[in-house]
Design a protein around this ligand. Structure first.
Ligand code: GLU
Length: 291
């Protein structure tokens, strides 16, 4: 009798584990599909151009869990991707008409300047140096810089601990600059954060640095290998939506949409379907910076 109960119990456990797996597998690729608006815009605006073309090119990351990661079907998923779909929908463009372009940290400004993308939504910190080349709507999220270390390493808890040590980060990113200039780490550069994981695992570097929410995605994938050095962050990284410099009408319009998304629940839904599955503190839309 006892063994039957035990067996039943373990079957139940197995069944619920399988269910959890199915759920999280669904969760990984879940998306919110905003209704496509029938919009009309003033002639000559970027909104009019895009909505007439019925397509838009959006630059995002292809290898960052939670924000922009290409799935098995070749389509990226994540919070940035959801923001892109919601904006496209307001332009009357269906999600399957979006052309997703991989932008890595270093090529975001140039891809916008060259017109290779109409927007960049790619964990893209708004700052003055970048504003000389592109304009930003937003912020739509505020992250902060953190350190990823090997699970068994308790020697690093703050950025001061990596002074003079090798830290992997991405060329053209704000965290790479901060860790080198302010905290005097020796930066080992990579093109993407994913490319930093093997050097960390092999102990060729002592840490990987970028925004906390990007690193949280990697910890979620490999909790036995990596951890955040601390829950504290040491910079502010307000994420903006990059667009052609001085297209103020388009920038203002996107800002209006972001405020609308906060009011109508689109923002919350987009978060819950993506990054919110791992990051438990749900964000409020930060105050829009209408510079
Ligand atoms: N938010 C930072 C940046 O824009 C780091 C993340 C990234 O490289 O995309 O540089």
């Amino acid at each position: 009798m006892k063994s039957l109960i035990t067996r039943r119990k373990s079957l139940l456990v197995a069944a619920s584990a399988a269910l959890a797996l199915t759920l999280s597998a669904c969760g990984g690729s879940s998306t919110t599909t905003p209704p496509v608006a029938s919009a009309s815009f003033e002639a000559g605006t970027t909104m009019a151009k895009l909505s007439e073309a019925k397509t838009i090119k959006i630059g995002t990351k292809f290898d960052q869990p939670l924000f922009g990661q290409k799935g098995l079907d070749g389509k990226p998923v994540g919070f940035d991707v959801e923001m892109g779909k919601a904006i496209a929908a307001k332009l009357g463009i269906a999600a399957d008409k979006i052309e997703w372009v991989e932008t890595v940290s270093q090529n975001r400004e140039s891809f916008i300047e060259q017109g290779r993308v109409d927007l960049v939504i790619a964990t893209y910190t708004i700052n003055d140096a970048r504003k000389e080349k592109v304009s930003f709507a937003g912020p739509y999220y505020e992250a902060g810089q953190a350190l990823l270390v090997n699970k068994d390493d308790n020697s690093i808890t703050k950025p001061e601990d990596v002074a003079g040590k090798k830290v992997c980060s991405v060329t053209g990113s704000t965290p790479a600059k901060t860790i080198a200039e302010k905290y005097k780490a020796e930066v080992v550069p990579a093109a993407t954060y994913t490319a930093c994981l093997e050097p960390l695992r092999n102990k060729q570097v002592v840490a990987v640095t970028t925004d906390n929410v990007i690193l949280a995605g990697y910890v979620d994938k490999e909790p036995d290998a990596f951890k955040l050095a601390s829950d504290e962050t040491f910079t502010k990284e307000p994420y903006g939506i990059g667009l052609k410099k001085d297209d103020t009408v388009f920038r203002n319009w996107i800002n209006d949409q972001l405020e609308e998304f906060a009011k109508d629940g689109t923002y919350k839904k987009a978060w819950e379907a993506t990054a919110g599955k791992v990051i438990k503190t749900a964000p409020e839309l930060p105050a829009i910076n209408r510079y």
